[in-house]
Design a protein around this ligand. Structure first.
Ligand code: AMP
Length: 249
């Protein structure tokens, strides 16, 4: 069974985001970029399924600039077998990403596609769901546990107030949540080996997908700074302030 894993190159989660002075977006020049954290969890899950003998091949795919090759090499260093880079310098919105991924799925015929639940740069939480709709496949979103059978997957989902367990028919799309696993680090020898693993290059046009944006970003703003806190002298003063100043009691 082949597993396709999507990996997006995003601003590293440790970086303090700065908005461009003209409000047109987020500053990306000279900023550390890494694999989207949910996608690291996806790669880890696919590798564990392969190590458990449930899958035979793990293919990582990314849509992005030439530098997204680094992100794919990270996936290969973790243990993926092959990589596909769909190269474009344009910012690609989730619908276009899902359409390109559908093209990759049509060519690769995986039984399972593992997608992060959300990219930490656009926070869309749309790609996996759109891909499953375009393919007409079942989906198990926000997975915190995945068990693979011959023709079905049992997925435990993180839902409001608890966990929901569902059976979905394969082929399927699963999106990963934080508690699914803890991704491994790539060892130095594996980083070296990853340089020699196969990486195919494509373009959105190869899949006949028009990536022209459908959304217009009106402005991007920093969140308002938090006001400094104060120390109160007694419980009575705290209750008084909550009642009469904050108006929350
Ligand atoms: P989003 O719907 O944008 O929040 O992204 C959800 C997930 O879709 C991410 O965690 C990735 O697994 C996948 N994804 C989104 N954009 C890309 C991209 N450009 N290349 C590869 N995977 C992507």
């Amino acid at each position: 069974m082949k597993i396709l894993v999507t990996v997006k190159r995003v601003v590293d989660y440790n970086v303090k985001i700065r908005v461009k002075p003209d409000g047109s977006g987020v500053e990306l020049a000279n900023v550390k970029m890494s694999m989207n954290p949910f996608d690291e969890i996806s790669v880890e899950e696919a590798l564990r399924l392969k190590e458990a003998g449930k899958a035979t091949e793990v293919v990582v795919v990314s849509i992005g600039p030439a530098k997204a090759e680094e992100t794919l090499r990270t996936g290969l260093a973790m243990g993926a077998d092959r990589a596909i880079l769909v190269e474009t310098d344009a910012a690609v919105e989730p619908l276009a990403v899902a359409k390109i991924l559908k093209g990759v799925v049509d060519a690769e015929q995986p039984s399972l596609v593992i997608v992060g639940k959300q990219a930490i740069d656009d926070d869309s939480n749309q790609t996996g769901q759109m891909l499953s709709a375009l393919l007409g496949w079942s989906q198990g979103t926000f997975a915190s546990k995945v068990e693979l059978g011959a023709d079905k997957a049992t997925v435990t989902r993180e839902v409001d107030g608890g966990l929901q367990t569902i059976d979905i028919k394969l082929p399927a799309v699963v999106t990963t949540d934080l508690r699914l696993n803890e991704p491994r680090y790539a060892s130095l020898p594996n980083i070296m080996k990853a340089k020699k693993k196969p990486l195919d290059k494509k373009t959105p046009a190869d899949f006949g997908v028009d990536i022209t944006p459908r959304l217009t970003v009106l402005k991007t703003e920093e969140p308002a700074g938090r006001k400094a806190g104060i120390k109160v002298g007694s419980v009575a003063e705290l209750v008084d302030k909550l009642k009469n100043e904050a108006g929350v009691l």
